[in-house]
Design a protein around this ligand. Structure first.
Ligand code: FRU
Length: 501
């Protein structure tokens, strides 16, 4: 049957085939698409007291296709409930795809989505071309109506020299004090590299250009995708602020180890003049699989971030015949500290901890395993130090291990170098080099929190100062965990299974 990409077709397809994926063939507590393909998180927001998350979605196959918006919601950011597909590319202004965007709750309690429509347009040479425009839809948390007057922002609203072909991924937020909505959209400037454009609106229907909030200037990749922006709370006129972006075509240097990278720029925000004063630039995540992060302000004041837990580099590799592809990271609580973005798993995860195992003062020399310490769905914190100063050259944890497979995090105490290697994780097509983090102060003790789910590992280092996120395609039967020391190390462990009932 010829696919029409209508919303009705997508919803029918979901109700017909959605149940085919058995829960044990999905991540236990990471959001995966209802079926088919998912990339970027979209519209991550609180609406009528619940967390809503949309995602770039192609329901019909496990490959990227004409983009729809999939939809889930959650009371606690851990357990997600599937809702019907929210949008399909079915109107003139988005026929070539409903691309990424964001959401807010309006004062009259509607759910406003702003997203990029990929629109066919007849260009100067009478040729059909695709441009990117910003569109709006309103809904009640389940059904969404696209605004008939879309697009709400197109090339006509671009400042001189910016690209209408790369003009996407609007991030909106409310400014309660000014009683308006701001929007940050990515484009490319005259030099061809990424620019983040700030707009302002009273209703979401008309947008006025405010300023270029940040620009790549050819230094960090080229196009900057999926911007996000937030300031820390407080009365200050110059609050601490962060911009998150996902640059394409990054050069692999220093801490930037992914060609489709992820950056956090920290600094101050001069509210009155809408100026972002950049102080630092870092990778948000030091692993292989982290892209297109979005944040929301939670009602209790926390800033929560979620990202696509997949790198574009490996997005063509299929390791199994699962009927879904692409997952989200665990939502993380983030804060700006010492010019870095500190990240912690959302505390709600702790409600799902069971079967505690605690061990203290374990001396590791050579390779050991421990009773009760194994598994693939767990939350495990390991605190490790040298037995005596200079006693231990390196310490490693191998997990998802079975003799043939493992993924390995190793710390070299002498150099302060952490290395994560998934070359034995079972990937058939992964030539990517191990990921490295240099801890310049060469700490003599480390705290490592492992969040393992069936197909992934997220490792939070030293209170979340660094995080390594990785998909691991290792067979589920590989559940051993080994601890190794070259010399003598001492460790304390606290481990829980995670069970989502
Ligand atoms: C980032 C991205 C976005 C775009 C979407 C399309 O992964 O390329 O820039 O809106 O994916 O699916």
């Amino acid at each position: 049957m010829q696919q029409t990409n209508s919303l009705e077709e997508a919803r029918n397809y979901e109700s017909k085939y959605g149940g085919r994926i058995r829960p044990e063939n999905r991540p236990a507590f990471h959001m995966s698409p209802h079926m088919g393909w998912a990339n970027d998180p979209n519209g991550f927001s609180v609406y009528r007291g619940e967390y809503h998350l949309f995602y770039q979605y192609y329901p019909y196959e496990t490959v990227w296709g004409p983009m729809h918006w999939g939809h889930v919601k959650s009371a606690d950011l851990v357990k997600w409930e599937y809702l019907p597909c929210a949008m399909a590319p079915d109107r003139d202004f988005d026929r070539a795809g409903c691309w990424s965007g964001s959401a807010i709750e309006t004062p009259d309690r509607e759910h406003m989505l702003i997203y990029t429509g990929r629109m066919y347009r007849t260009g100067a040479e009478e040729q059909e071309e695709i441009v990117q425009v910003q569109c709006m839809a309103m809904g009640d948390g389940k059904d969404y109506r696209k605004y008939d007057g879309n697009p709400v922002l197109d090339a006509g609203g671009l400042p001189e020299g910016m690209s209408a072909y790369d003009f996407r991924d609007p991030k909106i937020w409310k400014d309660e004090e000014e009683n308006c909505i701001y929007m940050l959209v990515a484009s490319r400037g005259p030099d061809g590299s990424g620019c983040l454009l700030l707009y302002r609106s009273d209703s979401g229907l008309e947008w006025t250009f405010v300023t270029v909030l940040e620009a790549c200037n050819g230094v960090y990749g080229r196009m900057w995708e999926c911007p996000d922006f937030f300031t820390e709370d407080g009365e200050s006129d110059m609050p601490a602020a962060a911009i998150l972006v996902s640059p394409q075509e990054m050069e692999l240097t220093g801490e930037f180890q992914n060609r489709h990278g992820n950056l956090v720029l920290t600094g101050r925000y001069d509210r009155e003049n809408h100026r972002f004063i950049r102080e630092t630039v870092h990778a948000v995540d030091d692993g292989y699989d982290f892209y297109a992060a979005q944040t929301l302000p939670a009602p209790d004041g926390r800033r929560i971030m979620i990202a696509w837990m997949q790198g574009w580099e490996n997005a063509r590799v299929r390791q199994n015949d699962n009927l879904w592809f692409g997952m989200m990271t665990l939502p993380r609580e983030v804060s700006i500290r010492r010019g870095r973005l500190f990240q912690q798993p959302v505390r709600e995860l702790e409600r799902y901890r069971t079967c505690p195992v605690r061990k203290e003062g374990i001396v590791v020399s050579g390779s050991i395993s421990l009773d009760g310490i194994q598994g693939r769905c767990l939350d495990m914190t390991v605190r490790v130090r040298q037995k005596q100063e200079g006693d231990c050259r390196s310490f490693a944890i191998r997990f998802a291990a079975d003799g043939d497979h493992d993924s390995c995090l190793c710390y070299d105490f002498m150099e302060g170098l952490l290395t994560f290697d998934r070359s034995r994780s079972g990937y058939v097509d992964d030539a990517m080099a191990p990921r490295k983090i240099l801890l310049e102060e060469r700490p003599s003790s480390l705290e490592l929190r492992f969040i393992l789910d069936r197909y992934s590992a997220e490792i939070f280092i030293n209170g979340g100062e660094h995080v390594i996120t990785s998909v691991i395609p290792t067979p589920q039967t590989a559940g051993d965990i080994l601890f190794e020391a070259d010399g003598k190390a001492v460790m304390d462990i606290e481990k829980y299974e995670i069970r989502i009932s």
